[in-house]
Structure formats: structure tokens, C-alpha cells
Ligand binder design. Sequence first.
Ligand SMILES: CC(C)(COP(=O)(O)OP(=O)(O)OC[C@H]1O[C@@H](n2cnc3c(N)ncnc32)[C@H](O)[C@@H]1OP(=O)(O)O)[C@@H](O)C(=O)NCCC(=O)NCCS
Length: 208
Amino acid sequence: MVKGIVVVGAGGHAKVCIESLRAMGELVDFCVGDENSPDSCVGVPVLVGDDNLARLRSEGYEKAFIAIGSNRLRERLAKLATDQGYRLVNAINPHAIISPSVTFGNGVAVMAGAVINAEAAIESLANINTGATIDHDCRIGRAVHIAPQCGLAGNVVVGDQAFLGIGARVIPEIKIGANVTVGAGGVVIQDIDSGKTVVGIPVRPIKC
Ligand SMILES: CC(C)(COP(=O)(O)OP(=O)(O)OC[C@H]1O[C@@H](n2cnc3c(N)ncnc32)[C@H](O)[C@@H]1OP(=O)(O)O)[C@@H](O)C(=O)NCCC(=O)NCCS
């Protein structure tokens, strides 16, 4: 029997990723969740505990997708899965509009309505969420989360594990450091150093 994809995560983000994978024609056989997870996630049975990853691998499952919203946790679980020999697939919704010159790493999610323009590069484990637009030549780092309806102009660079909250906007040529958080609706008009949390129009740092 053909083995489908194992999705790690069973929450709301996993629902959207599973439906993207199905829209691509893929089969999702199991989710791996924790003790707080529901029994099923959009019809996919949920197994409780990360040890299920090793068991499924020994049964011949080899494709995984890490459907976890937290950038840090997504990175950690991706390492767990790849160390066990899983291959991380991409979940790219067919209703996203993607230039043929865009490059992707592994384990990337692109949700419906997203637009990614010419020669943008999306590194492994990045999430480009619903309706976000990533313009030409942007570089989106590893395990970044670009939330729904964000708008990045051309040549923006986003460092690893940064998080841009819903509806954030970024003008051209900006560099956003690793692990930066941009609050919902923030407008970025200057480079941002790694690790900062910034909010507002234009964004200013806040102490969190
Ligand atoms: C930026 C953010 C992460 C800060 O969260 P937090 O650390 O819990 O911060 P707080 O809620 O304690 O707010 C701290 C201050 O920043 C202000 N602030 C927080 N978020 C803000 C935002 N997006 N825009 C403007 N001001 C904001 C608060 O009003 C507060 O101001 P005060 O000190 O004058 O009262 C959060 O507010 C945010 O915007 N998250 C985005 C979530 C999102 O888009 N999720 C998408 C999931 S797909």
C-alpha cells in the first residue's frame, strides 16, 4: 500500500496545511500530536506522542510535513524527523500564485492566495501564510513565518525564525534580522536588528 504523508501537529495550522497537501493530490495518513490534540484533524487520525514518528518510520513512512506555527518548535521537530530519515515535503497550495523563478527549500508551507514573485527565495521550513505577497528578489530565511495578508516589497531579506504578524508591510530593500517579531499591522521602513520585537506605523521596538 502506498504510504502517505505524516503531519506533525494537529491544530489549526495543521488543518490548513493538510488541506493544501490534499489540494496538491497528496494523501495524509496520520498526524502526530500531543496529549492536548483532538482525536482527528480534518479527518486525519491523530497519534499522541513524538515516539510515533519513529514507529511510523519503521513501518515504511518516509514523507513528513511539520505543521507547527511556532518557528522554534517547527525547527526542532523538523530535526527530529529528518534525523529519523524522513524527507520533508512542501505544502504549496495550488491557489497560490508563484513565479516559475522562485526557489524553495524543504518543508515549506505556502497557503491559498499567497503571491510570490520573480526570483524570490523561500528557505526551508518557512510559512507563507494566506494571502501574503512576497515580491521579486525577496529572501525569506529558514523557519520564518509570514502571517496572513503581509506585504513584502521587492528585495526584502527576512532572517531565520523571524515572525511577521498579520497584515505587516515592508518597503523595498529592507533587512529584517533573525528572530525578529513584527507586530500585527506593523509597517517596516528601516532595517531591524536581530531579536527585536517591533510594532506600529512605522514600527518601533517594544520591550516584551
Ligand atoms: C507584537 C506582539 C507579538 C506583542 O505581543 P506581547 O509581547 O504579548 O505584547 P503586549 O500585548 O503585552 O503589548 C505590549 C505593548 O505593545 C502594544 N502592541 C502589541 N502589539 C501591537 C501591534 N501589533 N501594534 C501596535 N501596538 C502593539 C500593546 O498595546 C502594548 O502597549 P502598552 O505597553 O502601551 O500597553 C503581538 O501583539 C502581535 O502583534 N502578534 C501578532 C499575532 C499574529 O499576527 N498572529 C498571526 C498568526 S497566523
